[in-house]
Ligand binder design. Structure first.
Ligand SMILES: [Zn+2]
Length: 428
């Protein structure tokens, strides 16, 4: 269903790869993933990766895994397998070497929740303007969490009527999420409610946090603790109401909590009140390492020179390839595998590797794009349009820059097609 010249659209193939092939192959990676280090296992994984990468990028069958996966924007399966394995072990309690002594925020086990028959969903109402804030018996608690300049803080401000009577603020580790901060602010508020002797209304501007707390089936460990504390307060005769408050509309309590949380993030020098890392952090860190490994392979591989001509790094190629519609001629350009004499000769489809322009220069993509005298006019036009002389070095820059890429591609595809046609290549 997928050939270089026709068949399924590359985006669909890519989706099939990510949603069907990869999950199927990586199934239960935690159990068997350690064999990925063995040569025969890596070979088999590589062959699946390469087969899909070639189809997705619409490249010739001879293209290497390095080039095809780079163009197709997929990660080799063996690297994905190591990721899955690492994540599995971290979830089972293995510390991350980047965060010595820190623990993952682990979901609570469902068996520790109350019996399903006794679980009750709580409702929370909304506050969007000052008139909706009740200033009667109950104290109003305003909570907020904030991430600013890579730092994380949380705060609670307690009001009786129109006056703040208490407040608390603290910071969380820098890798914590805003959601964790919002949750810890609610957690702190419930602690304060338990110590007071008044009924309470707790406001948060985070709907996600309130949803976690009001959900009786939540497995979020902070939400479970908050629910416990609210139940305890209720038993002491101090029911707690939850309210979602609209942010950034000048509601004084919310503004105050926001300000306190930001201050705590930026200026609080004490040890963080919360330092469990979210799984998202583990995933992000593992992915960064994978990209590094992939980059290292990309740079040092024997194959892939044709692709390295256009991209310094897999990060750049990923960004750029996301903006280009794959086609066979693009793949020919980015790999050198196509209707060019040097390639044709290599695969015994031409008697010699030389370009007709002088009969002595090898006809490669580089030669056609930056040297070949047959295309001087087109090249000159491209150089005018991009205000850049075409050289091996400038190809990468022109490719990376959104403003020049279009001109480079237009020129390249035109002359590469012409060169391939002159060699009798029909695969265009
Ligand atoms: Zn030439």
């Amino acid at each position: 269903m997928a050939k270089a010249q026709w068949g399924l659209n590359p985006d669909i193939l890519r989706t099939i790869f990510y949603t069907v092939v990869e999950p199927t192959i990586l199934y239960a990676a935690g159990a068997w993933g350690s064999i990925a280090a063995r040569v025969y296992a890596k070979k088999r994984l590589d062959s699946v990766t390469r087969a899909f990468a070639i189809k997705i990028s619409k490249a010739h069958r001879t293209v290497s895994l390095i080039s095809s996966a780079t163009m197709a924007r997929i990660l080799p399966l063996d690297l994905r397998l190591s990721e899955q394995l690492e994540l599995y072990e971290i979830k089972r309690g293995k510390p991350m070497s980047q965060l010595p002594g820190r623990e993952l925020q682990i979901r609570v086990h469902p068996s520790t929740l109350p019996h399903p028959a006794r679980r009750r969903r709580w409702e929370f109402s909304w506050v969007t303007e000052a008139e909706q804030i009740e200033t009667s018996e109950a104290w109003n608690y305003y909570t907020d969490g904030s991430k600013i300049e890579g730092k994380v803080g949380a705060a609670v401000s307690v009001w009786e009527g129109d006056e703040e009577i208490q407040h608390a603020s603290f910071r969380l580790e820098n890798y914590c999420t805003v959601f964790q901060a919002e949750m810890m602010a609610l957690h702190k508020a419930t602690d304060m409610v338990l110590k007071s002797n008044r009924t309470a209304t707790i406001h948060s501007d985070s709907r996600a946090a309130l949803q976690a707390v009001s959900n009786p089936n939540t497995l979020n460990p902070i939400a479970v603790e908050i629910r416990g504390k609210i139940e305890a307060a209720k038993e002491k005769g101090r029911p707690v109401q939850l309210k979602w408050i609209k942010a950034h509309v000048g509601l004084a309590g919310n503004e105050r909590a926001d300000e306190l949380a930001k201050q705590a993030a930026l200026h609080n020098k004490r040890a963080p009140a919360y330092d469990k890392f979210p799984i998202s952090y583990a995933k992000k860190t593992i992915r960064a390492l994978t990209i590094e490994k992939w980059q290292n392979r990309y740079e040092t591989a024997e194959q892939g020179a044709g692709t390295r001509l256009f991209f310094d790094s897999v990060r750049t190629s990923n960004k750029v390839m996301g903006k280009i519609v794959s086609s066979n001629i693009i793949a020919q350009m980015l790999t050198g595998h196509g209707g060019f004499k040097q390639y044709l000769h290599r695969f015994k489809l031409a008697n010699d590797p030389f370009c007709p322009c002088d009969g002595s220069s090898e006809e490669t993509v580089t030669h056609i794009l930056i040297e070949c005298t047959r295309f001087e006019n087109e090249r000159w036009q491209c150089e005018m349009n991009t205000d850049t002389r075409l050289t091996q070095r400038s190809l990468k820059q022109l490719m990376a820059d959104d403003k020049t890429r279009g001109h480079l591609l237009k020129f390249s595809l035109k002359v590469l097609k012409a060169a391939a046609r002159a060699n009798g290549s029909t695969a265009l």
